[in-house]
Design a protein around this ligand. Structure first.
Ligand code: SF4
Ligand code: SF4
Length: 486
């Protein structure tokens, strides 16, 4: 526990000359009730003489710092480091105790010459041309994050996503970054909340049960408009399920991101190359919209290796003007997700709805393969789209007009591109490693846009069993044999 003024007295065993020298360099004084325990002074002190107390100050609920004045040389660096107007300072009248009252009562408003925060723009830095690499999906996503300028990772290991985190644990310290294995997924998402709120690029790797645990924090991040990237390598469910690939979280990522009015852009890679590309894109989008972004892969994608070409540029992130960065310039910024006024919260939700509308209008993405003249549109995402593509090739060789429509964004569902295709097709076949969650998204998106919902068939497997090319072929051949209109 620190003494009342949170400092220890200097030794009296110094020479008179040394004492007079020290008078010119006042040592720090702290009213502990005004210390926010931010630790900036600890990091700044070259003598390592500032420490966090081991007891909570009952007036604030915080653990203030205390200064070992024996070790302090009075350099004054900590005065500059402390962002609190009434934090560390040259010692004032020792008889004066302001108590825990608004500091302005005693000191008047803090004079500030800080300019209005301005954004520091991102920079794009050209990369040398390199031979393609062979990477597994999780590693590709981790490299994509680094190239996007992410230097802050928080996470809790869970198969089949852990290798991505392991690679970042190895690389981030070498890149002046931070890798923190949190005590849980709940801790992870709240660390991301703080880091994203500071305007920094942050991410996690997780998998289905772990992602479920993060939902409350994701809702906070969406409410507070805090960016962050969640790479969810989905596995079999429900419950702990297993560690095999399943598109088990489509419902969760598209419709269930915590309580309240929540949405996030959801990107669905189908190869190691896209694990890298879409993770990079996720960082752009999460800052563009100030909203979390989910990269929803699956367990197979996380583990398979594939040829990956690196981009021709990487990002050196700037700092947004809204960042709660903790320095003088950003001192006026505040982020929180609570709004106790009903009218204010309704206005905030209207603002979020406007943002969701912009995402829906501008961020729908899909990949087409031979859909122009297709009678049957196969809709598949993630790993099942690889089998579906093989099936389309085989069926085309047999003269069947079939095409693959692959949503790259699961939310917003790319219905604008799908509508013209279904108007001329005989029907849709949804192929998924899941129990109909992708099909539900498709049906919902279509129902908002057309009264003429086409015939929709499906092939579904779950529990880690993947749809196979031959069964897609057989299913569509059987459909072809049915008379038109049936
Ligand atoms: S005055 Fe210098 S040495 Fe003393 S606590 Fe502050 S930073 Fe450390
Ligand atoms: S910098 Fe100021 S507010 Fe932060 S821990 Fe040090 S004394 Fe407390």
């Amino acid at each position: 526990m620190p003494p009342p003024n949170a400092t220890l007295p200097p030794s009296s065993a110094k020479t008179p000359r040394a004492r007079s020298r020290k008078k010119k360099r006042p040592k720090p004084f702290l009213y502990p009730q005004f210390c926010k325990a931010c630790s900036r002074c600890i990091a700044a002190c070259p003598k390592d003489c500032i420490h966090i107390s081991d007891e909570i100050d009952p007036r604030t609920g915080l653990t203030p710092v205390w200064v070992d004045l024996e070790a302090c040389n009075g350099c004054g660096i900590c005065f500059e480091a402390c962002p609190e107007p009434f934090g560390l300072m040259p010692k004032p009248d020792p008889d004066f105790d302001p108590g825990l009252v608004p500091p302005e009562t005693y000191f008047g408003p803090k004079a500030s010459t800080a300019p209005t925060p301005t954004a520091i723009p991102d920079e794009r830095v050209a990369l040398p041309r390199m031979e393609p690499m062979v990477l597994k999906g999780t590693h590709a996503a981790a490299i994509g994050a680094l190239l996007a300028g992410c230097r802050h990772f928080f996470g809790y290991p869970i198969t089949p996503s852990t290798e991505g985190a392991e690679l970042l644990a190895d690389l981030l310290p070498k890149l002046d970054g931070a890798f923190v294995q949190a005590v849980s997924e709940v801790a992870t998402v709240n660390m991301m909340y703080g880091c994203g709120g500071a305007g920094l690029r942050t991410m996690t790797f997780t998998s289905s049960p772990g992602f479920s645990l993060m939902l409350e924090g994701i809702s906070y991040m969406i409410g507070a408009e805090v960016p962050g990237v969640f790479v969810n390598v989905m596995r079999g469910g429900p419950g702990l399920g297993n560690i095999a690939p399943e598109q088990a979280d489509i419902k969760l990522v598209c419709r269930g991101l915590g309580h309240g009015n929540t949405h996030a852009i959801v990107l669905a890679p189908s190869s190691p190359q896209e694990m890298l590309d879409l993770t990079m894109l996720a960082f752009d989008l999460t800052f563009q919209y100030r909203n979390p972004v989910v990269v929803a892969g699956d367990g197979y994608l996380g583990q398979i290796t594939g040829k990956v070409t690196l981009p021709d540029e990487m990002v050196r992130p700037g700092l947004p003007a809204w960042a709660v960065y903790g320095d003088e310039m950003h001192r006026g910024n505040l982020i929180c997700s609570i709004d106790l006024s009903e009218q204010d919260l309704e206005r905030h939700n209207a603002h979020l709805n406007d943002k969701y509308r912009r995402m829906t209008a501008n961020e729908q993405r899909a990949d087409h393969y031979r859909t122009d003249d297709a009678d049957w549109i196969v809709v598949a995402a993630n790993t099942p789209s690889r089998m579906a593509k093989g099936a389309v090739r085989a069926l085309r060789e047999a003269g069947i007009k079939v095409g693959l429509f692959r949503p790259v964004t699961l939310w917003p569902f790319p219905v604008d591109a799908l509508l013209p295709l279904v108007e001329r097709a005989r029907g849709i076949v949804v192929v998924e490693a899941g129990s109909g969650q992708l099909e539900d998204e498709l049906r919902l998106a279509l129902s908002h846009r057309t009264d003429r919902v086409p015939r929709i068939e499906h092939i579904q497997h779950f529990g880690g069993v993947l749809p196979q090319q031959h069964e897609i072929v057989e299913h569509i051949l059987a459909l072809e044999e049915q008379p038109h209109g049936s």
